[in-house]
Design a protein around this ligand. Structure first.
Ligand code: DQA
Length: 157
């Protein structure tokens, strides 16, 4: 596989653009650009790069997942509220056939009952939830490990 494809698509659903100011009790203080900087550093240490996309629109998320189909090796996704509602995002992930890791900052199993169901969980390699930004960071490592077929944390270079 070409170097060109050592990329991970990172998808952020609605309202995640407001991280840092949005309900910090649930979602913490880290902003999306801060999370993305860290993700890029982790990916880099494992020989990958990330391509990130945030949208508040379901169709835009579907279109981006489709568009990156041939350019990335896996998808790290926080579908946000669409986790609990979107058959369209589930179907897009199934359609592209890439390995998926689902992440959530808050623990969706400790909140309102409607957050416990995820349309992505059963088609994902795994779900990390409730670890704050570590859900993203550990999820990225797990996704790359899954793709590369090895286990362990990235080595410091
Ligand atoms: C979230 C959890 C969802 O239930 C919620 O709608 C979000 C964020 C999380 O990261 O904890 O917007 O995905």
């Amino acid at each position: 596989m070409s170097e060109e494809r050592r990329r991970i698509l990172v998808i952020h659903g609605p309202n995640l653009n407001l991280l840092g100011v949005r309900e910090p009790g649930h979602y913490g203080q880290m902003t999306l650009p801060e999370i993305e900087r860290e993700l890029a550093a982790i990916a880099g240490s494992m020989g990958y790069e990330i391509v990130s996309f945030q949208s508040n629109h379901e169709g835009a998320l579907v279109e981006r997942i489709q568009a990156e189909r041939e350019r990335v090796r896996g998808v790290l996704i926080n579908p946000a509220a669409y986790t609990h509602t979107s058959v369209a995002i589930r179907d897009a992930l199934l359609a592209v056939g890439l390995p998926v890791v689902e992440v959530h900052l808050s623990n969706i199993h400790r909140r309102e009952a409607f957050r416990r169901h995820s349309y992505v969980a059963d088609i994902a390699v795994g779900q990390l939830t409730g670890l704050g930004p570590d859900s993203y960071f550990l999820g990225l490592v797990a996704l790359i490990n899954h793709i590369e077929g090895f286990r362990g944390l990235p080595r410091a270079s």
